[in-house]
Design a protein around this ligand. Structure first.
Ligand code: CA
Length: 491
């Protein structure tokens, strides 16, 4: 081990799918700068988000806890900034700390960033921030900065790094560079606009008809063909297209802008790596590139995230630290966003807060340990129809071979009716035979035994992290009803 504590740099993007990263074998773009981290360190093949949406994932990353523990279950639940985070713990241990870019964990006293020596975060659009001339919030108040958000955020980070280097080149620091990109509405900068005009490969599952899935997939308002807006597309589709042709036209338009936003991220990752390299800091920096979740890039016909399907829950996660970790490796270990806090703290030699969940994977990477046997992780999406994307709440587990999902479908009207449904549904996917998750086997008698074992495993994993099965809150025509447990058949 090196005799100095590492600098910790986390570059976190928003909605960057791992299948749009070169190091993960992207067929739709290249990311030469991000791939430098992979070449210098580890590609985590199975990095998962435990609640696939922006605000909760950020809370889990910072606090090292699941949504039901930190309380940030939905996009609308701000963080209680008194919660210990890996950043506040590093600061207590003598690290200099800063965050620039997207916070999106609430604004105001009690919710603003805490535990940072310096912070300046995107403030407009309800914490989402703006792509062009974005508004920032810092302890000094609001201020608009000219330029393209991804460049501006990187500029702030580089300026801060220079100040730290001038003050004391040897004292360790922890810097979070949190980009807004490539979040909706996917506004590229001028430099990258038009760079993806050639036809972009369409995923094999683009025309998924959700034949064997439950209500949730049919109901979700995340379909490229139907739910991208004019603001998303920036122009109207050509006249006279069939439904299928229009869907493909929208896919191309969506992906052109999405990938151009990623291209700017990639350039700016390169600027950060160059900056560290030029100052001799790259070797001693634990550099992580990750996104708060994955994203559907036309997979199953969707954009967006939320669902427990692979494209949505799989985070890109690249980790380099040349002074301590081997280079050019790929890990099959299951890790989640909850594990990051303990991992950073272990690398820094700082004792984690006892309330932090998850496990550090730092030693696994340093010593190249094989992945544990029989891995599984627990997932829960809490928003039960947000009124916009209309994804339904669910929880489940993913094991090495299978995925089991429980949609509790409580208190929601069937599409186009006022009739409430309570129709819990299971989905079971055999990822070995069906890696694209096209065939729900929950009702297939051949999988009855597997289903029963997975239900037990789900109960075990759920209890292990301290969560509980869903208890119905409503019954009948939208009226509150005494809370009761679901019938035996769906437990
Ligand atoms: Ca996000």
């Amino acid at each position: 081990m090196p005799n100095r504590r590492p600098n910790i740099l986390m570059i976190l993007t928003d909605d960057h799918a791992s299948h749009a990263v070169g190091a993960y074998g992207s067929v739709v773009n290249t990311t030469p700068q991000i791939d430098r981290i992979a070449a210098a360190g580890w590609v985590m093949e199975h990095a998962y988000c435990t609640n696939s949406i922006c605000t909760p994932s950020r809370a889990s990353i910072l606090t090292g806890t699941y949504s039901h523990v930190n309380g940030v279950t939905t996009l609308a639940t701000p963080i209680d900034n008194r919660l210990p985070t890996f950043v506040s713990q590093l600061r207590d241990a003598g690290y200099r700390t800063a965050i620039f870019g997207k916070w999106h964990l609430g604004e105001g006293e009690g919710h603003n960033p805490r535990g940072f020596d310096e912070w300046e975060v995107l403030s407009g659009s309800g914490g989402q921030g703006e792509y062009v001339d974005p508004l920032f919030l810092s302890p000094d108040g609001e201020r608009r900065r000219e330029g393209y958000a991804t460049d501006v955020i990187t500029d702030l980070a580089l300026e801060w790094l220079d100040r730290q280097h001038e003050e004391d080149p040897d004292a360790p620091w922890c810097l979070l560079v949190h980009h807004k990109a490539p979040h909706r509405p996917w506004e590229p900068d001028e430099k990258h606009a038009g760079m993806y005009s050639d036809p972009i490969p369409v995923p094999a599952t683009f025309t998924d008809d959700y034949d064997t899935r439950g209500l949730a997939a049919h109901r979700a308002a995340m379909r490229i063909a139907d739910h991208l807006t004019r603001e998303d597309l920036k122009q109207d589709p050509p006249q006279g297209l069939t439904y299928a042709e229009a869907a493909l036209w929208k896919y191309q338009r969506y992906m052109e802008d999405y990938l151009a936003c990623v291209a700017s991220v990639d350039d700016n990752v390169g600027r950060l790596i160059d900056h560290l390299t030029d100052r001799g800091l790259f070797e001693d920096t634990l550099l992580t590139y990750a996104s708060d979740q994955g994203f559907f890039l036309g997979d199953h016909g969707w954009f967006d995230k939320r669902f427990m399907y692979e494209d949505s829950i799989r985070m890109p996660m690249l980790v380099s630290y040349p002074a301590a970790l081997p280079a050019g490796r790929r890990s099959e270990r299951f890790i989640t966003n909850v594990d990051l806090a303990r991992t950073f703290l272990e690398a820094a030699g700082v004792e984690p807060h006892p309330g932090m969940q998850g496990e550090s994977f730092f030693t696994d990477l340093r010593e190249e340990l094989p992945p544990p046997q029989d891995q599984a992780f627990y997932y829960r999406y809490w928003e039960n129809d947000d009124g916009a994307h209309s994804a339904l709440a669910h929880y489940g587990i993913r094991t090495q071979r299978y995925k089991l999902i429980y949609f509790y479908n409580d208190g929601l009207g069937l599409p186009g009716t006022r009739q409430n449904v309570f129709a819990p549904e299971w989905e079971l996917y055999d990822l070995e035979r069906d890696p694209d998750e096209l065939h729900n086997r929950a009702l297939d008698p051949k999988y009855a035994e597997v289903l029963s074992e997975l239900k037990e495993r789900l109960a075990f994993e759920q209890a292990k992290v301290g969560d509980e099965p869903y208890v119905l809150a409503h019954d009948g025509e939208g009226s509150p009803w005494p809370r009761r447990r679901p019938p035996e058949s769906v437990r």
